[in-house]
Design a protein around this ligand. Structure first.
Ligand SMILES: Cc1cc2nc3c(=O)[nH]c(=O)nc-3n(C[C@H](O)[C@H](O)[C@H](O)COP(=O)(O)O)c2cc1C
Length: 357
């Protein structure tokens, strides 16, 4: 599908999607992007159906244009006691150094969309223009129910194989997420050694040469030159996350913003130690521990995130930001602190100049 047909289908003006970012994206950010002619997104990966409905309502109060609603489709946690205990024992010295104790047990802090039929029902009732899936895909019947409600569906793939599974489940378009991307890798199978870590360049060409669906490129795209390159490689649109973190409409913490504006922005890495699933962010103590010590297999996502958040809370009470999850992609040093609408307008003029060069 060409960029023009995708824009027409989505009723948007520009092929720019602001990535859903749980903890960073807000209704204000999504609405500002949609009002500027792009597609804003809100992340419901950490929300209940009730909270999700409130976030959709809030976004609708700020824009009458289409926006995207994002869900996490990971396999629900299996609670492997031995694995969890080994992970807590690994983290115990870090808690103790801060004068605390690791939690006695780990909780599943986010319910997977796959186990949340209330969320499905809410989406069918609310009918947001677009729904996107991360970490997997719901059953084809659910995808069909969303589409029957008039919703356009997007699924994230990090390999050609995942893109083929998404196509088999009937999604309308593929978000191709390169290894450059900030935040959680969309990998379906998060077992160690399963992540092919494909760069966006190869991933786009692999998917474009095998699958007819429109492709949305994600990972390391920060400006118009990057957008033009992705479109040239076969994408119909792009999805940018890190580029929007510094926008005043995001809920990024002051520490996250300061870190992005510092030399630390040049050091993004992937670890599963923060949450239990591989994710790219600014290197913090947990990323560095990965290099310094023998690390056992982390507890599953999102159980490990429960411990990671407890460690960060303990440290931050002592004024330390050493364990904060500050997701960011490889293009982090290129992030600009512009209001989201202004950033969309800037990206549009940059990429239009780049494609006519
Ligand atoms: C702070 C942050 C949070 C993210 N949270 C989500 C999320 O909730 N759902 C999702 O599908 N992707 C999430 N992502 C990944 C984005 O969808 C996208 O793949 C990524 O931002 C693209 O790479 P870039 O950050 O280099 O632009 C997140 C990315 C960042 C930077």
């Amino acid at each position: 599908m060409s960029t023009a047909s995708l824009l027409q289908r989505l009723h948007i003006d520009h092929p720019i999607i602001q990535a859903p970012m749980v903890g960073v994206s807000t209704p204000e950010l999504a609405a500002a992007v949609s009002n500027a002619g792009g597609l804003g997104s809100i992340g419901l990966g950490a929300s209940t159906a009730t909270l999700g409905r409130a976030l959709i309502d809030k976004t609708r109060a700020l824009t009458d244009r289409p926006f995207n609603v994002n869900l996490f489709c990971h396999a629900p946690a299996r609670f492997d006691d031995a694995r969890n205990a080994a992970w807590l024992a690994h983290l115990a010295p870090l808690f103790k150094a801060l004068g605390g104790e690791p939690p006695a047990s780990l909780r599943e802090i986010y319910t997977s969309f796959l186990a949340d039929s209330d969320m499905l029902q809410m989406l069918i009732e609310e009918r947001p223009a677009v729904v996107s899936f991360h970490f997997g895909v719901p059953p084809a019947a659910w995808v069909g129910q969303l589409q029957a409600a008039g919703i356009f569906t997007l699924g994230c793939a990090t390999t050609l194989g995942e893109a083929q599974i998404l196509a088999e489940h009937g999604v309308d378009a593929i978000v191709a997420q390169g290894v450059e991307a900030g935040g959680h890798r969309g990998v379906f199978d998060d077992a160690p050694g399963q992540d092919a870590q494909l760069g966006l360049f190869a991933l786009l060409r692999l998917i474009a040469s095998h699958i007819e669906l429109p492709i949305i490129a994600a990972g390391g795209i920060m400006d118009g030159a990057g957008i033009a390159a992705a479109l040239q490689l076969g994408a119909s649109a792009v999805q940018l996350g890190t580029a929007f973190i510094l926008s005043p409409e995001s809920s990024a913490t002051a520490a996250h913003r300061a870190a992005l504006n510092s030399a630390r922005a040049h050091d993004t890495r992937i670890t599963r130690s923060v949450s239990g699933r591989p994710a790219r962010g600014l290197a913090n103590r947990l990323y560095l521990e990965d290099c310094a010590t023998h690390v056992p297999l982390s507890a599953e996502y999102p159980l490990a995130y429960d411990a990671g958040k407890a460690l960060h809370a303990l440290a931050s009470r002592q004024g330390s930001n050493d364990f904060a999850a500050e997701w960011a992609g490889q293009g982090a040093p290129l992030a600009r602190a512009l209001p989201a609408g202004e950033l969309v307008a800037t990206l549009v003029s940059e990429y239009q100049r780049a494609i006519t060069r």
